[in-house]
Design a protein around this ligand. Structure first.
Ligand code: ATP
Length: 526
């Protein structure tokens, strides 16, 4: 049997996994039953990018707003009708917590009657089999996959299949969703689904689409990996004009969008967590009028997206201005400024900067200046015992990098000359072996953990506030990795003469080794 918890854990990003744990903790404390549902399960199983986390609870999630806020989530909006809470979890993870419910459609074009329900009933009101699965996150059944419509089989067959014949009639937004998923995954509709789709199209059921469904579908475009492909596909199917009568692929700034997605990938490869959704909306609607854009924004349920999209140009202008001023007069100052800027702004400005100097600075920040890190003489620093164990290591590493960036250290000799005064005195020789229970040995290991560069977090996820500028990741991470790997598994060599590099970690080990070794041997025998 498939272990879906394991699959979930390896497929989610670390931040998404933390998000699942956060939601799980809040639900557990509130005594509410929780499932991971919908697209998140589909993407976990199919291997596609997991864009957001959809949770379903048996109860009213709107009552848990305060608990989520206390746990570190931001409330990005809610939908009173279907009792859904929109959250941004730490690390920019988008999540929705919906109430398990049924939808009773009595008349075409009229909104359904919503009633709280069990998760099994909730799955029956979903759009496609591949979206009608739930993974239990509850004690006692954690890891159990509810798949009443054989969604896993349809994922394997790469097919979109509705759950019943009236699906498109009941909720015509599913027509748009079918086209969107077909374009994104390149999965065709199963035969009967295609027939129902064609019939619904011919009968113009789309005219009964609800306003809120239109808003939801507009916002979904912002999160596509290839938004232009989806927009073109919706246009071919005549659905784009449903989202807005003046919208067409000709209104898209295709070059800007392509550049944006390319730069986004570049930033992801550098380790940034960057949410391009607001910028995507900017380019998708670049040639629409202000009024049309305002119409689109009004319909989007997630206000965090609307605000980010509305403010993106102003924020980018502010950053551009700062990049042209004294604050960015030297490469090191520019580095510091951009390191504390929101990655979303760097991304947007990288594509839209009008001033050559601004564009060049961002380009250098993302490419050339990173190579300067390779000129930091890490082996020599280790020789000098300037390693992450030193409390002042992050500052030293940062200062060297800044001086190299500004061309103030022009050669290896100059760099070493700068570094030498920071070398700590060599450690005392190891104490002679003692019998009996000595004080607990202290290894260098815990200190190594702090080798993480302060401010790195703000480099990747910063919220735009000016913070102490971080050193670039590799400056600290390389020595951390090396020393850590060496210090941890190395068995204590009480008799061997410590080398210069190994002197510090080895020095205090014999006491611990003598103390712990027999114990371990004993417990293994048992
Ligand atoms: P995406 O990857 O685009 O976010 P998703 O499937 O997660 O895909 P959402 O719009 O976030 O899409 O919806 C979450 C889940 O809610 C869906 O997987 C589906 O189960 C259900 N759902 C959303 N819209 C509808 C609808 N119109 N009719 C039925 N079920 C729906």
């Amino acid at each position: 049997m498939a272990d879906y918890i394991y699959t979930m854990e390896i497929r989610l990003t670390p931040d998404q996994l933390k998000g699942v744990n956060l939601v799980q903790d809040v639900a557990r404390a509130a005594g509410i039953t929780l499932y991971l549902t919908g697209g998140a399960i589909r993407d976990i199983i199919s291997g596609f990018t997991i864009r957001d986390l959809d949770f379903t609870v048996q109860g009213n999630p709107l009552k848990l707003q305060k608990d989520f806020e206390r746990a570190g989530a931001q409330i990005a909006g809610h939908d009173e009708d279907v009792r859904t809470l929109f959250l941004v979890l730490p690390g920019n993870v988008r999540a929705e917590i919906g109430m398990a419910h049924t939808e009773q459609y009595d008349k075409i074009g009229k909104p359904p009657e919503i009633a709280p329900a069990s998760i099994q009933e909730d799955l029956r009101r979903r759009d496609f089999t591949v979206n009608a699965m739930a993974l239990s996150l509850n004690e006692g059944s954690r890891g159990l996959l509810l798949d009443p419509f054989n969604g896993v089989a349809d994922i394997e067959a790469k097919l979109l299949r509705i759950l019943h014949n009236y699906s498109f009639v009941e909720d015509p937004s599913r027509l748009i969703r079918a086209a969107r998923f077909a374009a994104r995954f390149h999965w065709p509709m199963e035969e009967r689904t295609q027939q129902r789709y064609d019939a619904a199209k011919e009968n113009n059921y789309i005219e009964h689409i609800s306003r809120s469904a239109v808003g939801h579908e507009i916002a979904q475009l912002a999160h596509e990996d290839d938004p232009l492909n989806v927009v073109r596909s919706l246009e071919r199917e005549d659905w784009l004009k449903v989202l807005h009568p003046h919208w067409s692929s000709a209104k898209v700034d295709a070059n800007g969008l392509a550049q944006l997605m390319k730069t986004r990938q570049q930033m992801v490869d550098l380790g940034y967590t960057v949410d391009p959704s607001a910028a995507v909306m900017h380019f998708l609607t670049a040639r629409l009028s202000e009024k049309d854009i305002a119409d689109l924004r009004r319909q989007i349920p997630r206000k965090d997206l609307v605000e980010a999209w509305r403010d993106i140009e102003d924020h980018a202008k502010d950053l551009a201005k700062r990049l042209m001023g004294k604050e960015a007069a030297t490469p090191s100052r520019t580095w510091n400024l951009l390191s504390s800027a929101r990655p979303e702004m760097i991304l947007f400005l990288a594509v839209t900067a009008r001033h050559q100097s601004v564009a060049q600075k961002i380009k250098n920040f993302l490419t050339k200046w990173r190579q300067v890190q390779q000129r930091i003489p890490l082996p020599e620093m280790t020789e000098l015992l300037i390693t992450p164990q030193l409390p002042e290591y992050p500052k030293i590493a940062r200062d060297v990098f800044m001086l190299l960036l500004d061309g103030k250290l022009r050669s290896r000799t100059e760099t070493l000359k700068f570094l030498k005064p920071f070398a700590p005195p060599p450690p005392p020789p190891p104490p002679p072996p003692r019998r009996g229970r000595g004080p607990k040995a202290v290894t260098g290991a815990p200190a190594l953990v702090t080798g993480k560069v302060p401010g790195k977090k703000s480099e990747t996820k910063g919220k735009g506030k000016a913070e102490p500028a971080p050193a670039p990741a590799p400056v600290a991470s390389v020595p951390v990795a090396k020393t850590h790997a060496k210090a941890k598994p190395e068995p204590p060599k009480a008799k061997s003469k410590p080398t210069k590099q190994a002197a510090k970690p080895v020095a205090k080990r014999p006491a611990k080794a003598r103390k712990t070794a027999p114990k371990k041997a004993k417990s293994r025998k048992r």
